[in-house]
Design a protein around this ligand. Structure first.
Ligand SMILES: Nc1ncnc2c1ncn2[C@@H]1O[C@H](COP(=O)(O)OP(=O)(O)OP(=O)(O)O)[C@@H](O)[C@H]1O
Ligand SMILES: [Mg+2]
Length: 422
């Protein structure tokens, strides 16, 4: 029997599903006209079957009652995967939730292929978590469990930057030494490899892969750094609270703001226990108006909306000097001007880490920038002028090519799937 093959890029922010059609890799459109769909789910109140993709974001922003989820990939490699979370009155495990999302993408492929998928190629970051190599095997086995739940007998994995590399390689007329940089929502992944028309059909590419490196450094961390520095102070971050004997330099707990800016942890801030605790902090707050905003944010279950708006402001600031964050839903007429300058300063560490990672990848392969033929850059944050400038500063002499930000990995996975399974 012929294998029925599909490839999925399960991304932190966006995902793709692709198949081969007429000898060409094609990314399918599970909804609307786009080939990459948000990795988001919305469970309407009282239901345990979620709405996936753009529709999930629309339902959440349309203020339908229910539970919104994004950043699910961040659960992989951690204990959270096996834990359950309360959806209405029902406990549902993250395993089931991730299976339902990936299952939706698989069904999209099956509708096009006309048969159940038997062979699935899944992308994976080089490392799921920073400096925790032991988490990689765990995360991969968790994904295997998910695929088994879906009844797909064969699964293979490919590092996301390698997939992007193979997509790029398809366009080459001669051999190159290429550094591939894929900066996504959750991770930044690097690979340095020899690519070329004569190499692309080799069964084993091990000797062409000169270095691979990856860490948790994605667009979500840009949003988090930006939010922590320039938005959370409006909600009381860094403001003082009085102890039982008066002010002692204590501040509103930092953990509240870290959770509120970490996608897969936001919902924890809505728990009744937390609300009570924040209510207590409000009693002691030296700047109660700000902490009141925090209370309103939690009561409105608006943490996800706030992070979506901050992400939107970040994207606007790619082309504009200023973006206005409308917080009128928290406090009448409240707006917060955010500037490109503020974004640049908040992301200084993030950008330094990107520079270090590029150097690390070159050093791993015992090479230097002048030996590179090209630098191929993909992933959503690579649209940011700040990110492009960081890469250019690290590699001033290099030929930098910007790939399709949201589809390079997915397309490369389809090519890889057929090379691997067909
Ligand atoms: N025009 C843009 N300007 C700035 N950032 C953008 C732009 N478009 C998308 N992003 C950011 O890119 C990130 C998503 O990128 P992408 O879809 O490549 O990630 P992903 O594949 O889902 O994540 P990962 O590969 O880490 O699992 C988000 O943080 C989003 O805010
Ligand atoms: Mg990605």
């Amino acid at each position: 029997m012929q294998p029925v093959i599909a490839a999925i890029d399960f991304g932190t922010s966006n995902s793709t599903v692709g198949i081969m059609q007429g000898g060409q890799p094609v990314l399918l459109q599970p909804e609307t006209g786009k080939r990459a769909v948000p990795t988001a789910l919305f469970f309407p109140h009282g239901k345990t079957t979620p709405i996936p993709g753009f529709a999930a974001i629309q339902a959440y922003l349309g203020e339908d009652p229910g539970r919104f989820m994004r950043g699910l990939k961040g659960v992989l490699g951690t204990d959270l995967f096996n834990e359950s979370t309360q959806i209405g009155t029902q406990p549902v495990t993250f395993r089931e939730i991730i299976a339902s999302y990936i299952g939706w993408l698989v069904k999209t492929a099956e509708a096009e292929l006309g048969h159940p998928v038997t062979h699935l190629m899944l992308g994976r970051p080089v490392h799921f978590l920073t400096n925790q190599p032991e988490a990689d095997a765990i995360a991969e086995s968790q994904l295997r469990e998910v695929v088994a739940t879906l009844g797909i007998p064969h699964v293979a994995f490919m590092a996301e930057p390698l997939a992007a590399a193979y997509h790029y390689e398809h366009t080459l007329k001669q051999e190159e030494l290429a550094l591939i940089i894929d900066i996504g929502g959750g991770t930044a992944d690097f690979s340095l490899l020899r690519l070329g028309p004569k190499l692309k059909d080799k069964a084993d590419r091990t000797t062409d892969i000169l270095a691979t490196h990856g860490l948790r450094l994605g667009g979500a961390m840009i949003d988090q750094a930006f939010a922590m520095a320039h938005v959370m102070p409006t909600f009381g971050r860094g403001t003082e609270i009085a102890g039982p004997t008066g002010p002692k330099g204590l501040t509103v707990p930092e953990g509240y703001f870290t959770q509120l800016t970490t996608w897969h942890r936001i919902h924890r801030m809505y728990e009744r226990k937390t609300l009570q605790e924040v209510g207590g902090v409000l009693q002691e707050a030296l700047e109660p108006r700000k902490v009141e905003r925090l209370v309103t944010l939690l009561e409105e279950r608006g943490g996800h909306k706030l992070m979506l708006d901050i992400e939107g402001a970040k994207i606007t600031l790619s082309d504009a000097a200023e973006a206005l964050l409308n917080l009128g839903w928290i406090e009448r007429d409240l707006t917060l001007p955010l500037t490109a300058e503020a974004l640049a300063s908040a992301t200084q560490n993030w950008r330094n880490t990107l520079t270090d990672s590029i150097r690390h990848t070159l050093a791993q392969a015992n090479t230097t920038a002048e030996h590179l033929t090209t630098v191929f850059v993909t992933g959503g944050p690579s649209a940011m002028p700040l990110v492009q400038a960081t890469i250019r500063n690290a590699l001033p002499q290099s030929n930098i090519i910007l790939g399709d930000q949201l589809t390079s990995v997915g397309t490369g996975l389809v090519l890889a799937a057929h090379r691997h399974f067909a």
